[in-house]
Design a binder for this molecule. Structure first.
Ligand code: CA
Length: 248
């Protein structure tokens, strides 16, 4: 059952009444294109989310503080405060996951958004399936699942505990300690964009003064060992200028 209520402060809310024992995630949708906002709200409500809507940056900040959403989906181009200001405002007090809805083909705002603490982004136009996948990847990270012990990268099976990589014929593939650290960081959070800075920090202890090509070299080595077609990677995916994503 859906019940809705309008609010004069620029936000409105649809609430799905949870059945007993069911955890309902509360999503704050921040978007000034009304048609898109309505479509997103209906899609998330239909999938069991409790939905809070905001169509301005100031309404978003008020809703983020007052309603304590579990995740925030944030348009960057808003009429009053920019989306980047909303990220700054929320990150001043909260680690609530933020997925940016970006209309820009220029990636500089997306990079700034990630630097300010956004967790991921989708570029408009996006499918609801793509957006839901991002939301799942980001919320999985926050809910801290049990670490994965065995994972498949294409046809290669990685045992992260024993540190063995096995090809389909049962042959062993040798990965260096650095390659293990890198692939572990990626496969533990399938679908999540892992920023380059975070990966460099894992490999080198810090991302400062480290050449980005360092990361590219190790990723290329991993692809040669794990990807079915290293030249057309399907599982270790580059997000240009931002980082890498593991697609199972
Ligand atoms: Ca907009």
């Amino acid at each position: 059952m859906l019940v809705g209520s309008g609010h004069r402060d620029g936000t409105s809310q649809y609430r799905r009444l949870p059945t007993e024992g069911e955890a309902v995630a509360r999503v704050l949708l921040v978007e000034d294109e009304r048609a898109l906002l309505r479509a997103l709200a209906m899609n998330f409500a239909a999938r069991g989310f409790e939905v809070i809507e905001a169509d301005t940056g100031s309404a978003a900040l008020a809703a983020a503080a007052g309603r304590e959403p579990d995740i925030i989906l944030l348009d960057l181009g808003l009429p009053d405060l920019g989306g980047l200001d909303v990220i700054r405002g929320v990150r001043a007090y909260s680690r609530t996951p933020i997925v940016v809805l970006s209309a820009r083909t220029d990636s500089s705002d997306k990079i700034t958004a990630l630097d300010l603490g956004a967790d991921d982004y989708v570029t408009k136009p996006f499918s609801i399936g793509e957006l839901l996948a991002r939301v799942r990847a980001v919320t999985r990270r926050v809910s801290r699942p049990e670490p994965v012990d065995v994972v498949r990268v294409g046809a290669v099976v990685l045992d992260l505990v024993r540190k063995t990589a096995t090809d389909p014929d049962g042959g062993g593939i040798h990965l260096t300690p650095t390659e293990w650290r890198l692939i572990e960081a990626l496969v533990q959070e399938p679908g999540r964009l892992v920023p380059g800075r975070e990966l460099l920090t894992r490999l080198r202890g810090s991302a400062d003064h480290v050449d980005r090509s360092y990361l590219r070299i190790y990723v290329a080595q991993l692809r040669r060992k794990l990807e079915p077609e290293p030249g057309r990677p399907r599982h270790i995916v580059t997000e240009p200028g931002m980082g890498y994503r593991f697609q199972p």
